[in-house]
Design a binder for this molecule. Sequence first.
Ligand SMILES: [Zn+2]
Length: 164
Amino acid sequence: MAVHSGDPLPYLYSRVNSERQTLMTGSIEIGGEALPAAETGAATERPARQAMLRGWRRRCPACGEGALFSGYLKVNDRCPVCGEDLSHHRADDGPAYLTILIVGHILGPLMIVVFTEFRPDPWVLAAIFSVGCVALSLFLLPRLKGGLIGLQWAKRMHGFGGEE
Ligand SMILES: [Zn+2]
């Protein structure tokens, strides 16, 4: 306990202010009404790894239950299970870029290995790798898009934090 000489009022004011700061950081009050953490998005923890894995499984990054996509790549505006607003995503060209990057780095060297080891007929090689390339791309594209949206959601990018 510090000894205070002179006017005690400034000291008391500073104490009251520090108490008020402590109380205010506990929850966000808007118009005197405290919003739940899910709506403010301030207090909830969003593990990026879990959100990305949920996105990879084409599930909502928030609950892991609702479908992320309504079509092959069309993202639901809202999660059908938890109602999380998913319209903020900005995956854009990212999933296509990642798909080309991964498929190219797998099939490019593999094509050289297969050709030098087995010397197949060039048309057979071309047919197998064309089908493999398309199949692998179609498999990866929605999963990488889901993972990217999961990352954006976890990092509260593009309005996912609810701040707009
Ligand atoms: Zn959900």
